[in-house]
Ligand binder design. Sequence first.
Ligand code: NAD
Length: 499
Amino acid sequence: MTPSSHEVLAKPPFRGKLLIDGAWHEAADGQTLERRSPAHDRVVGIYAQAGVADTERAIAAARRAFDRGPWPRMKGAERARVLRAVAEAILLRKHEIATLEALENGKPVAQALAEVEGAADLWHYAASLARQLHGESYNTLGEATLGVVLREPIGVVGVITPWNFPFLIVSQKLPFALAAGCTAVVKPSEFTSGTTLLLGEILQAAGVPAGVVNILVGLGAVVGETLVTHAEVDMISFTGSTAVGKQAVAKSAATLKKVSMELGGKNPQIVFADCDFDAAVDAAVYGIYFNAGQCCNSGSRVLVQESIAERFAAAVVERSKDIVVGDPLVAGTQVGAITTEKQLATILSHIEAARRAGATIALGGSRMDREGMYVEPTVVTGVEPDMAIAREEVFGPVLSVLSFKDLDDAVTLANSTLYGLSAAVWSNDFSTCLQAARRIRAGTVWVNTFLEGHAELPFGGYRESGIGRELGRFATEDYTETKTLHMHLGARTDWYVPQ
Ligand code: NAD
């Protein structure tokens, strides 16, 4: 059972160390980092904070574990057994993980619990892929040739994650890298490191060998940048903002390592006049307030066909008034706190800029007057396509409502930002849905639903929303190199012919 808010807050802060080469360490220079709960403004985590020296030790440990350790050499079936044990252990500790996630991130604990369960499913799915990974053979190259294409684990992977879904996002990456036989150095966001350290305990208990997964709490500019630039790291799997992702890609170029980037979004929900009106209103509200709008996949733009635009906006405003914003540890809370002070300031400045640009704040628009960092559910109407609020990622509970004439207009508007992560189409005419879905440049298009996900379905972005895809049946392949074995059978004809 999830403990009460009072019980949780009465406990001492979670204390964590760095996991390097199978043992827990303080930082070499003794530095620590404190996390305060954004909803209660109390210290909830105290962590050893890694510096460059710790990062280099962790990379060396991952390198040794890859070059000489058992993990990459094990049978897929053996790796699968360990990954399944991790999945089961996550479920056994799900309340503990969810509570710490809610404290550090500010999200409702019930939502954190659902995410932890979803994460366990990803570990199970990756276990199934560990036994599927295979290459190809060519027996069609002539009598003297046999070609075999091998898939080999790429090596040491630097895993860098953000603060909005810490446990879920590390589980979108790490189990697939491990299934392929890679080793890793993981750097969670400095704001939400606790649950990744709990995962470290679980990995050790499940039998992941020393050095295979190293976990470093620390700053992006120190730990993150060392991972990105280090010659012994073969790949970076990054989720975070487009701005930092671009910097990471640029800096990784010096070593030409592989990069996988899951970045920001400005995702449109396109609402046609013939849709199921109530379902679309519900999805508009859910799509922007879930996780306080701090989702790469938030539906932060609703594009509504002109004939129903006014009625739709009014219905969204009405429903938004009923959203329960409050303490993430209290049952029934739908929207929790904003996770960081910087994000709070960013959200408020976007709202102010929209106001100055001439948009109407139809609901909310301010920080809430209570303990913790909360923003009112906010609906902005009268938004024009060239306004910043229509183009830039706000990453908060702020919905922009725009209108369109017809399908062509809707698609043009949908594709009018530099992002391309996800979108939704709402219509009862399947032909309209499919025509729009095929023309929208985004990695995921939902049809008459929003923000659903399955391990089987790939996830990632077009354009400035990222590079590569996670999940799906090719997820493990992303963590591999391809090697060609070109074999000659029988006597070879000499190139040199004596004159
Ligand atoms: P962020 O870019 O600030 O940080 C992400 C991670 O990068 C953190 O661990 C941070 O410490 C690290 N980092 C910072 N500077 C670095 C550097 N110079 N080198 C290497 N690493 C560095 O992002 P955030 O604020 O934690 O998360 C919010 C952003 O993440 C939003 O833009 C959101 O859209 C995006 N996001 C995308 C997805 C997706 O899958 N597409 C999912 C979740 C979040």
